[in-house]
Each structure stands twice: as C-alpha cells, then as structure tokens.
Design a protein around this ligand. Structure first.
Ligand code: NCD
Length: 425
C-alpha cells in the first residue's frame, strides 16, 4: 500500500482504513476472485486477472453487437432503454481523458446517468472526510462507482468496503477500477485485448465480418493464424511503471503459446518488475527482456519478429528524486518508434499505445499515424464499446443485447443468405 503512516506522526483515519484492508490485499489473487463475483458474474472489476479467456470472448462479442446496434436509431433506442434506471459516479482524482470520457460515453450508450468528482478539493475530503466515508456516500446516491486514483490498491479496498457493507445488510454497489496507482488498469487491458482480437481477425471493413485479407497474408506468412494464441507481443518503453503493461501482460499470459518480449532499458525503475516476471514465468509464458528493437531473438531482430507492438510513454510524473538525472545517462532514443523501424515490422502487426503519447519524448511520431498498422486511435474508440459491454455484463443485460441483436438482424442475415444463394444459383 502506498499510503504508509509517517514515522512519529499518528496515522490519519484514511491511513488506518487502508491498513485495515492490508491483510486481505496481501492474499493471492486466486483467493480474492470469488469475493469480486456474484452468481458467476463480475461484481467488482479490480484486476485484469479476474477475466478468463471465455469472458474476454463474450465481452468482445457483446461489444461488437453494441457497435452495430449503435448505427441504427432503433438499436440506439433499445440500448438507451436498458439501464435508464441506473446512475454512475465517476470518481477520478487522477488525470484522465480517454478512460474518463469513454466510460462516460459507455454509460450514455446504455442510458446510465453519470455524475463526477474529479477534483477532491471540491469535495468534503478538504473538510477532513476520509476517502472511505466519501465512497460510502457515493454508494448511497449511485448504483455504480467507477474510480481512478493514484493510490495503488484503493479500488481493491473500496471493493472490500462494499462487500462488508453488503454483509452487514447495508447498501453496496459495484466498484470498477479505472486505474489504481502504478498497479492495475483492468479496463485498459480489456480494450487492448479487444483491439488485438479485432486486428487478428484479419478482416476488412468496419464491421469486420465479411471480406477477409487473411488468405492473402498467409501467402507471405505461412505460419499466420487467426486469434491471439501463438503470437509474439512486444512491449516497449516504461515497462516498470506502466500499469497498462502489467494488466495487459497478465491477460495475454492466459492465451496458449504466446511470447512476450519487453524492450526497455536495463534499469530497475524502467525494466520489467520481479512480481510480473514471476507471474509470467509461473504461468510458463516465454518471456524475454531486451534493450533494443535490434537485439535478436532466435536469430531475428526483435522488431521483425513481433506480431503486435505495444508502445508506452516514460511515466515521468512517477520519477523519484534522482531519476531524471539517472535517465539522462541512458540512451532513451532506442525506445522511440521511427518510420524505418515500422517499415521492418510484419505487414499486419498492429501498433498499440494506451495514450497519451508524449509529444516531448515522441515515442510514436505523428508520421506513423497514417500507417494501416497504427491502431491507437481505433484502440481508444474500442474502449467505449468494450466498456459498454462490461457495464452491460456487470448489470446483467448482456443477454438482452444478444436477444435483441438476433431478432433485429436475423431477418437481415436471412436476406443476405438468400441473396448470396440467388447469386450463386
Ligand atoms: C494510461 C494510464 O493512465 O495508465 N492511460 C490511459 O488510461 N489510457 C497510460 C499512461 O498514462 O501512460
């Protein structure tokens, strides 16, 4: 827990509250997962480790349906009616653009009314209220709390607070972690996985179901298969402090035959951390750590071997005293993408970035944006669809979406099938 009492000062109630959850936080993830579910559904979304591959498939399927339904007025009206009776609190006390706005848009798609606290100086926390009292207040007015904090484990502690309230017969609502310290960002990992799922369908067109360029690619890459399994994923930049990297790498490790390559300086702050390395090794994932895109793996330079590349920025807001001076002695230019590097990548390999990218550092220069492999803007939009799917799942309306979709589009499918057989007849 990052909030430790300062020596010789009595701890604040906030610190005591956090310490109160310490022993529950220290348990292995496997023990915690059942407490974060109700009737085999996610109740609180705290770690990416809560998602199974089957859940990821189901969420992507719901997201695809929401995406298609949103194109028609009748589909939009249906979606809006689903959770019209629900209210969400977006408690974002750490800066955010995409996560905040895409959650808000996701709520709006499903008819959920949103409210927000982004600046704790406008809340009663300045009058001495603890975060846990604030959270309990939110739960009395809202049906869902989506929260981002610079404190690692705060969202997890709040989920336990809600469970305790529930056990004592009090009102309790789901908690969704929208980024907690340098620790976890499970819904970013969801949208990253969704973007990879869509990329590795190798289908053309916006709805991505009809025409495919898979066979064409297979001529150049005979080993290529659809889906996320048996692929090589590269993560470049600030691996040590990137919560999105931690969450995504832990999810990717659930897919068969993946190789994860971390391209980062050999520095304890920026390189892969021991806990993530251990998790990957325990799961038997082939994990490699290199310092440059030109280092070779099995005789091939890393940049040429990747099926997907996840770029990150250097998270300088987390610098400890002395870090800036230390990083000035490292050649960080090796962790920037260039047009020359992109030209050497596989023709289909998507380039992802959780964003924001840093215009001063320039890990992805804008001239790469027009490359068809540059996926980061689509990735951000995918966040809205997959977060809608997640909310639909938490509130148990995903089956209604599937049913409506089936009823609405079965006619369309029959029409198309009839047209296809008529044209081949
Ligand atoms: C990331 C975050 O906040 O962790 N951004 C995001 O949520 N899209 C990554 C970052 O800030 O570098």
């Amino acid at each position: 827990m990052s909030s430790q009492p300062i020596a010789n000062q009595p701890p604040t109630q906030d610190e005591l509250d956090l310490l109160n959850y310490q022993s529950r936080i220290e348990r292995p993830v496997k023990m915690k997962i059942p407490e974060l579910e109700r009737n085999e559904r996610l109740r609180h979304v705290i770690f990416s480790g809560q998602f199974t591959v089957d859940m990821l498939e189901d969420l992507a399927d719901t997201a695809d349906k929401i995406r298609v339904l949103s194109k028609s007025r009748s589909g939009q009206d249906f979606l809006l009616s689903l959770l019209h009776h629900k209210r969400a609190m977006l408690y974002f006390t750490q800066p955010s653009t995409r996560t905040f706005l895409s959650f808000m848009a996701a709520c709006q798609i499903l008819g959920i009314t949103c409210n927000e606290v982004r600046d704790p100086t406008t809340s009663s926390e300045t009058k001495g209220e603890t975060r846990f009292d604030s959270l309990r207040m939110f739960s009395s007015y809202f049906d869902l709390i989506i929260m981002r904090s610079k404190l690692a484990k705060l969202a997890e502690s709040c989920a336990y607070l809600m469970n305790d309230l529930e056990s004592s017969g009090n009102r309790s609502v789901p908690i969704i972690n929208a980024g907690s310290g340098a620790d976890q960002h499970p819904t970013q990992a969801l949208l990253d996985i969704y973007t990879l799922q869509r990329s590795f369908q190798f289908a053309e067109g916006k709805t991505s179901t009809v025409a495919t360029r898979f066979e064409e690619l297979r001529r150049n890459y005979p080993e290529l298969s659809k889906g996320l399994t048996n692929k090589v994923y590269g993560f470049c930049g600030d691996i040590g402090r990137g919560r999105t990297v931690r969450s995504l790498a832990s999810l990717l490790s659930k897919y068969e035959g993946v190789t994860l390559i971390f391209i980062a300086p050999n520095d304890p702050t920026l390189a892969l951390r021991d806990d993530l390395r251990k998790l990957l090794l325990d799961r038997g994932v082939k994990t490699l750590e290199v310092e440059s895109f030109d280092d070779s793996v099995d005789g091939v330079p890393v940049i040429e071997s990747l099926d997907a590349l996840y770029m990150t920025r250097i998270q300088k807001e987390h610098n400890a005293p002395g870090d800036a001076e230390k990083f000035a002695t490292i050649d960080l230019s090796r962790y920037k993408l260039t047009a020359n590097l992109v030209a050497r990548m596989k023709k289909y390999a998507p380039i992802l970035h959780p964003f924001p990218r840093d215009q001063h550092f320039g890990e992805i220069p804008p001239e790469i944006d027009d490359d068809p492999r540059a996926m980061y803007f689509r990735q951000a939009r995918n966040g809205m669809w997959i977060r809608s799917a997640l909310l639909a799942s938490v509130f148990g309306v995903d089956h209604q979406i599937a049913r409506f979709f089936h009823d609405e589009y079965s006619e369309w499918h029959h029409y198309n099938e009839d047209a296809a057989s008529a044209s081949t007849a």
